[in-house]
Design a protein. Structure first.
Length: 337
């Protein structure tokens, strides 16, 4: 959930409405022959998997292991509960074995100790060389380790924001293990696209007051800044999710380590050009955290990709758009069959 670039002086005005580019979309019912909406969904307990040396991740599954495996990769500072349970169940009803998990430094996964200072972040933001505790590639290795633990040779992969960067990295590093790719409100790593509004940086790196109540208040304020103006979030829902996030193991220093991984990532554009994995890119036209140019650049780089631009969507996943997300992911996965 962190864009690494300042905007240029000018950019094209976004297109209105719900816009689909780079692929012809046939508007049939993509959920036909799937499970009935009312069908119960099997949900696992939260489980622990050793994925890479020194790193365990907490994960949870939805649906039947006999269905199409779908790995859900969350963004910066986001534990797996940011993949809303209702959305995960909708994925399961669409024929997926959905897997959500806590990235390292979030939730109940391993939390590391390396220190990242705000001055280091500012140097990285400015494009200066800074040593990061770990990379987007390391986070992708964690994801592959989870697939290994589950005995999955490959999976459909959906990533949001930083999770999209991880998903893209998985696809270019080991394309045979990524059956399809859906990259949501993310970017290629190229510094001239997908920039973050500079007005957000002070809020992102400002010192936070300790305690649960302070975290809940600050989190809700941030989501109001970056959320979807066309799909306003309910304050009570924001507060509830923030409380769950804090209770599952919020780590402010871990968020800084995530930021450093994002700010030091390489430009994947050239490697994405060689990708031949069915791909859909989804981006909101009102995204202040990762400018829509990042989504456009990602789709432009991947041959045959579909670009879905959503008017009124910011840097969150409004529940009103869950059917849109599920249908897009299902449509993309079906192209791999």
């Amino acid at each position: 959930m962190f864009g690494s670039h300042l905007p240029p002086d000018a950019y094209a005005e976004p297109l209105p409405g719900l816009v689909c580019l780079a692929a012809l979309i046939v508007l049939t019912d993509p959920m036909a022959s799937r499970k009935p909406a009312a069908a119960p969904v099997a949900v696992s307990d939260e489980l622990i998997a050793p994925v890479t040396p020194g790193v365990d991740v907490c994960y949870q599954t939805f649906g039947s292991p006999d269905d199409d495996p779908l790995l859900l990769v969350m963004g910066l500072g986001g534990p797996m509960n940011w993949w809303d349970t209702d959305l995960c169940e909708q994925f399961a009803r669409a024929g997926f074995f959905a897997i959500r998990y806590d990235n390292r430094d979030t939730g109940r996964s391993t939390h590391l100790k390396a220190k990242v200072t705000r001055s280091m972040l500012l140097r990285a933001f400015a494009g200066r060389r800074v040593r990061a505790p770990y990379s987007i590639g390391d986070l992708a290795s964690d994801a592959f380790g989870l697939l290994d633990h589950l005995g999955l040779d490959a999976a459909h992969v959906v990533g949001v924001s930083m999770g999209g960067m991880i998903a893209q990295t998985m696809a270019v590093e080991q394309p045979k293990r990524v059956l399809s790719l859906t990259s949501i409100m993310s970017t290629t790593g190229r510094r001239s696209v997908g920039w973050q509004s500079p007005k957000l940086l002070p809020a992102l790196i400002a010192p936070r007051s300790p305690g649960r109540a302070a975290y809940v208040e600050a989190s809700a304020a941030m989501w109001r800044m970056i959320g979807s103006p066309g799909y306003p979030a309910d304050h009570e829902e924001l507060a509830t999710r923030a409380g769950e996030t804090y209770d599952r193991g919020f780590d402010a220093r871990g968020v800084l380590r995530h930021m450093m991984a994002v700010l030091t990532q390489p430009d994947r554009t050239q490697r994405l050009r060689s990708l031949r994995v069915p791909t859909t890119v989804i981006h909101g036209l009102s995204d202040r955290m990762v400018h829509v140019s990042g989504g456009r650049a990602t789709s432009s780089a991947v041959v045959g990709s579909e670009l879905l631009l959503i008017d009124g969507m910011g840097h969150d996943m409004p529940s009103a758009l869950y059917p849109t997300f599920v249908e897009a992911v299902r449509r993309t996965a079906d192209r791999a069959e």
